[in-house]
Design a protein around this ligand. Structure first.
Ligand code: CO
Length: 218
């Protein structure tokens, strides 16, 4: 679809009018506060819009996106967003959502040079190198999808190990982490069954997720 900037404003006015007509007071109720139950950490890819995929409305999901959904322990942007979501908004679920066909993950897998982003993707190359043995026995045409899944698994562990989640679980706060992968080709979310509700069993769940990924076509 070809659009211009003026189209965006026209669509926006039509959407706001339609929302207000169908649900009078929708916007004014959101002015008071946001009470999302979910936080989405996903890839910036334009084909992976958090709200549309999950049918969530404005006010229902708190979103952080970056290239290839990476959560680095020293990334103040990601950590601040997670802290706000967990401590202030008290979200119940945080999901890290990768997607098949992620060009960031592919570049990391192949060691392709893109530019500045190479430094960011280095984190995914760390994931690749850590799981070299697992990736090596997976068929070449499956390897990128496997690394997409491995990246989600590792990034959830990073979220779990962050001071924000450690403190939340120490307080007894009810917040669960999830790892999902989205299929650009079919629009469907896959659950990697990484549900983490605390420190208990993390190692076991991590090992099971890796074993699952290792079952991919060889
Ligand atoms: Co991507």
């Amino acid at each position: 679809m070809t659009t211009s900037i003026s189209d965006l404003f026209a669509h926006n006015r039509a959407w706001a009018a339609q929302m207000e007509a169908e649900r009078p007071g929708f916007f004014t109720s959101l002015v008071q506060q946001q009470t999302p139950k979910y936080m989405w950490i996903g890839c910036s890819d334009s084909r992976v819009p958090a709200n549309q995929i999950t049918g969530l409305e404005p006010g229902e999901v708190f979103v952080h996106r970056n290239v290839a959904n990476v959560v680095v322990h020293s990334d103040l942007n990601a950590l601040s967003t997670i802290q706000f979501a967990v401590e202030r908004l008290k979200v119940k679920h945080v999901m890290v959502v990768g997607h098949y066909g992620c060009s960031g993950v592919r570049a990391a897998l192949e060691g392709a040079r893109i530019g500045l982003a190479d430094n960011w993707l280095r984190h995914i190359q760390d994931v690749r190198d850590r799981h070299r043995n697992l990736l090596d026995v997976i068929a070449e045409d499956q390897r990128c999808d496997a690394l997409v899944e491995l990246n989600v698994v590792e990034q959830i562990i990073n979220v779990a190990q962050s001071t924000v989640l450690q403190d939340a679980w120490l307080r007894g706060q009810d917040v669960t982490l999830h790892g999902w992968v989205y299929g650009i080709n079919d629009g469907l979310l896959k659950d990697l069954k990484m549900g983490l509700t605390g420190n208990d069993g993390i190692e076991m769940i991590y090992r099971a997720a890796l074993a699952d990924i290792g079952q991919r076509q060889r």
